[in-house]
Design a binder for this molecule. Structure first.
Ligand SMILES: Nc1nc2c(ncn2[C@@H]2O[C@H](COP(=O)(O)OP(=O)(O)OP(=O)(O)O)[C@@H](O)[C@H]2O)c(=O)[nH]1
Ligand SMILES: [Mg+2]
Length: 295
């Protein structure tokens, strides 16, 4: 589906953390029960992080892509950036190609057409893992996720499997959001938390840093959800698989340029899927069955 044009082969095997120590339910290690507590009390040992790839999915972000790439380069100079563009009609892919031509830290994944944010991220994750990155970051192109906060997320990832940049933990903030959006976001997070019985405050957050072992351990190939639901799905899968998920506060800023791709369908999809996962999980509990990763 996708065709990646990259200037060079980034990362080497030597950069990768020791997968055994960190993998899901690492055979030799203690099983982690993140839905019981997100604090591992410093009991676990985490391997080095490896190289970082910041994945920026884009659809019609021609005005935003240059400034966001520049800010990431400035804030985390060692990280590489992958722009995952769905053949944006406004020429975002071409602007990204120009950036990549001038900077070997910038790569572009050209996809055939609009398939949604979730599909773009999954393609970006696969590309990153194939190319030897140890850390995969999700970041929007519109400036809502501030690159200047990324070093804090990466520092936190040294002691976790997944770090969520959270608006709804103490210290987290939103700037310029209409009350209606805040209601949907807060409501969606609370709804998911209660239905899925997880301690995460911001389940729909799209600013995240994953260790590659986390993505490898959550059944990425079965993820079909999009938009809001994609983020909830990934967080829930990580928790169910026993990964250590933590939230760090971030300031989320509403986009200033370009159009939102948020739609009523995205919210409805999330509401139905979360409801079915929550009910399925409770039924499994009553019947004494284990949730499957792809339920
Ligand atoms: N590749 C790709 N990227 C997408 C697609 N839909 C959205 N995006 C990107 O995903 C990121 C988040 O999309 P937004 O439109 O900002 O969605 P949102 O943050 O929920 O909505 P706002 O808060 O209103 O901005 C942006 O970088 C978009 O360009 C898609 O179908 N394909
Ligand atoms: Mg946005």
């Amino acid at each position: 589906m996708s065709d990646a044009r990259e200037a060079e082969e980034p990362g080497t095997k030597a950069d990768e953390p020791s997968a055994k120590a960190e993998g899901p339910g690492a055979e030799a290690g203690e099983p982690r029960r993140s839905n019981e507590s997100q604090d591992d009390g410093g009991r676990r040992k985490y391997g080095p992080l490896g190289k970082t790839l910041v994945i920026i999915p884009t659809y019609n972000e021609a005005e935003n892509i240059k400034p966001i790439v520049a800010r990431v380069r400035e804030s985390v100079p060692d990280a590489h950036i992958l722009v995952a563009d769905d053949n944006s009609p406004d020429g975002t892919g071409k602007v990204a190609d120009e950036l990549a031509a001038d900077d070997d830290h910038v790569k572009v994944l050209h996809r055939k057409g609009k398939e949604g944010l979730g599909a773009a991220y999954l393609a970006g994750f696969r590309w990153g893992i194939e190319h030897g990155y140890g850390v995969l970051v999700e970041m929007d192109a519109d400036g809502s996720h501030q690159p200047e906060e990324l070093p804090r997320l990466l520092t936190a990832l040294k002691g976790a499997d997944l770090v969520i940049g959270s608006r709804w933990v103490p210290g987290g903030r939103i700037v310029n959001w209409p009350k209606s959006r805040e209601f949907i976001s807060r409501g969606g997070s609370t709804y998911s938390r209660l239905l899925l019985d997880v301690p995460i405050r911001d389940m729909t957050a799209g600013y995240r840093a994953f260790r590659k072992e986390t993505l490898e351990g959550i059944g990425m190939d079965e993820v079909a959800s999009q938009g809001y639901c994609f983020q909830i799905d990934l967080a829930w899968r990580a928790i169910k698989a026993g990964f250590h998920v933590i939230e760090v506060p971030v300031t989320f800023i509403e986009r200033e340029r370009g159009e939102s791709k948020m739609s009523r369908d995205i919210v409805t999809e999330a509401a139905w899927r979360v409801m079915s996962w929550g009910v399925g999980s409770r039924v499994n509990k009553v019947l004494g069955r284990k949730d499957s990763k792809d339920s």
